[in-house]
Design a protein around this ligand. Structure first.
Ligand code: C2E
Ligand code: MG
Length: 503
């Protein structure tokens, strides 16, 4: 029976994956009903009427026709049900794709455009995890209740699954659409009342236009999804239009993501070194290792092009280990050409600090160095989350004798109370503060002065980053900053060049 049903479904254009268990059961019951009806008719004829075999054959043929009609009716009803999302009662993905395909054909013939909005609720997973799935389902129903009255009968409103919705507006200009999207965002800004809880749930929306941003269903949905993610990255409760540049950026990111493993294997990563300098003596005290990627297709890539991707997909753990190992190896070579007891610092992501393996790695690779020659630079954000865990981890690493530096200090406005508890040896003042130092002698830079004063009172040293001008060095020196790093002295450079500089 099931095999027959599957064939029947295939004939109707469905595959197993299109149907929920519930929908499949409905279809099964409908077909069974059609057969049971026909069988009952047949039994009635056989047992209650005395007819000739020829007449019997004719009656059977008639019954066959009747059961086929019933089956066709069941199929038609089923087709109707299979178009609907059982939870919310609006169109489902299958139906959306069907309707989009005919809308595309129609729009192509009539040279018309339409807009497609991809909505994804913000932090829906958190709601489901906190209040349970039934609660989440109620919210989704409410969303549909709130949006539906705002749509025209010719618009398409569908739920793709989870908390993803699609709205298609025909005959709209880009200007009209701005207002409509704003209106949808506004609808979300009113609190949601679910089971006596008042919630604030926003949405992020990606917008595409046919034919400008895509000419097939797959392309339109993919590009709308990309635009939606951009809206999320811009702080959620937001919308973003799809652009060619956006597509190129995302496509490149995807390419880089799949290429990282190979690149590491093929030796495409390199560490550059930027000197750190004593402000008074102008002597080099050490360097910061900054990663570069010589990509076959894209040329020289800077860390911000690929480190965030590596942090997202976990590859940073492997790449971070390579950085530590390489920097320690290079430091051994630096020790061969310089007797100055220089140091090297490496940047580590918070993702790495969470892993116990970071301690093991540092212990292993710093064996041939004086531990104090190795510094890890941690982002200020460690002060803002999971404080106790980070303090424990960093203290353990520091017990090896290596030093810890707080990078880009000041941009996250972390509190002094948090800083005092951190096991650190130095603070790096972020370059945005250094940029703000101007030639004007009276220009008071309270924040820089405060950071230097804090460091002094905690008995840790201060390094200014991004120093490009002589007068910035002058100002920093006058205010008690001991070290600096910046293009004024030298840009980050390959190992061999740095070796020449220190030897
Ligand atoms: P960061 O740790 O704040 O590094 C300093 C950045 O400022 C470097 O950018 C450096 O080239 C740049 N810089 C130095 N002096 C000047 C200056 O005078 N003017 C200007 N405009 N910029 C200056 P880069 O190399 O692009 O690195 C960017 C960020 O990427 C680093 O910021 C660091 O957070 C991260 N990064 C670099 N290498 C690694 C790594 O191996 N692992 C991890 N996790 N992150 C890394
Ligand atoms: Mg750094």
């Amino acid at each position: 029976m099931h095999r027959f049903l599957k064939r029947q479904l295939k004939k109707l254009g469905y595959t197993d994956g299109d149907l929920s268990e519930e929908q499949f059961q409905t279809f099964l019951e409908m077909c069974e009903r059609a057969y049971v009806d026909a069988d009952e008719d047949r039994a009635f004829l056989e047992h209650t009427l005395e007819v000739s075999s020829k007449e019997m054959q004719e009656l059977y043929a008639a019954l066959e026709r009747k059961s086929r009609t019933k089956l066709a009716q069941s199929e038609a009803r089923f087709r109707e049900l299979a178009q609907i999302d059982p939870l919310t009662g609006i169109a489902n993905r299958f139906s959306l794709e069907e309707r989009l395909a005919s809308l595309i054909a129609y729009s192509k013939r009539n040279h018309q455009k339409f807009a497609l909005l991809f909505l994804d609720l913000d932090h829906f997973k958190y709601i489901n995890d906190t209040f349970g799935h039934d609660f989440g389902d109620k919210l989704l129903k409410e969303v549909v209740k709130r949006i539906s009255p705002e749509l025209r009968s010719e618009d398409i409103f569908a739920r793709l699954g989870g908390d993803e919705f699609v709205i298609v507006f025909t005959n709209v200009t880009e200007r009209d659409l701005y207002k409509t999207v704003e209106k949808i965002l506004m609808l979300f800004r009113e609190a949601w009342k679910i089971e006596n809880h008042l919630l604030h749930v926003s949405t992020s929306i990606g917008v595409v236009f046919y034919p400008k941003d895509g000419i097939s269903t797959v392309e339109l949905l993919k590009h709308a999804d990309i635009a939606m993610y951009t809206a999320k990255n811009h702080g959620r409760d937001n919308f973003s239009f799809f652009t060619k540049e956006l597509n190129e950026k995302v496509t490149r990111e995807i390419e880089l993501e799949v290429d990282m493993q190979r690149a590491l294997h093929d030796g495409e990563f390199e560490l550059y070194y930027q000197p750190k300098v004593d402000i008074k003596t102008q002597k080099i005290i050490g360097s910061e290792a900054l990663i570069r990627w010589h990509h076959k297709k894209f040329g020289l890539l800077l860390p911000l092009d690929f480190i965030p991707i590596a942090e997202n997909n976990g590859f940073i753990l492997k790449l971070g280990e390579w950085v530590i190992k390489q920097a320690c190896c290079d430091m051994e070579d630096f020790n061969k050409v310089s007797k100055q007891n220089l140091h090297v610092s490496v940047n580590v992501s918070t993702v790495q600090i969470r892993m116990q393996t970071l301690y093991d790695m540092i212990e292993k690779y710093t064996q041939s160095l004086k531990p104090s020659q190795f510094i890890i630079e941690v982002a200020e954000e460690v002060l803002l989350k999971d404080e106790a865990m980070f303090i424990a981890m960093l203290s353990k690493i520091r017990s090896l004798g290596v030093r810890i530096s707080m990078d880009n200090f000041g941009i996250n406005y972390s509190s002094l109370g948090q800083l005092v508890k951190m096991p650190i040896d130095s603070l790096k003042i972020d370059k945005i503060f250094i940029e703000s130092i101007s030639e004007d002698e009276n220009n008071e830079k309270i924040l820089i002065k405060t950071i230097i004063a804090i460091a002094k009172s905690l008995d840790i040293c201060v390094i200014a980053e991004g120093v490009e001008k002589e007068y910035q060095v002058h100002y920093l020196e006058q205010n008690g900053c001991q070290y600096y790093q910046g293009y004024l002295f030298a840009k980050p450079m390959p190992k061999q060049e740095y070796m020449k500089l220190i030897s």
